[in-house]
Design a protein. Structure first.
Length: 108
């Protein structure tokens, strides 16, 4: 499994509520239309007294790098990119493979 991991910053002038409406209510249908997509997760930044450099991150799961390329070369990627113009100022991404490490289970 390969993940596209992206961090995003909202456009200046958009409130957090407006940003989340675009991202969480409108955007998922466009992401979920990508061919070969196996999973999608949004991680909005938690409001805090500190101003974070990013407003959230997203994870898109695919079988392999070839599937990522096919998805973003597909006709379905066009409307996705066009929609991002409405609410995203900056987006940085990378491809990752996941390694899950869990704490040991306590023994009684």
């Amino acid at each position: 499994m390969i993940k596209v991991v992206a961090v995003i910053r909202r456009k200046p002038g958009l409130s957090r509520e407006e940003f989340l409406r675009f991202w969480q209510e409108e955007h998922p249908a466009l992401v979920l239309a990508l061919p070969g997509l196996r999973g999608y997760r949004q991680n909005p930044a938690v409001e805090h007294r500190k101003q974070w450099p990013w407003d959230g991150s997203a994870e898109l799961w695919f079988d392999d790098v070839r599937a990522v390329k096919a998805a973003f070369d597909s006709p379905e990627a066009g409307p996705l990119r066009a929609h991002e113009e409405h609410f995203i100022e900056a987006l940085e991404w990378f491809l990752a493979s996941e390694t899950e490490l869990l704490p040991p289970t306590p023994t009684a």
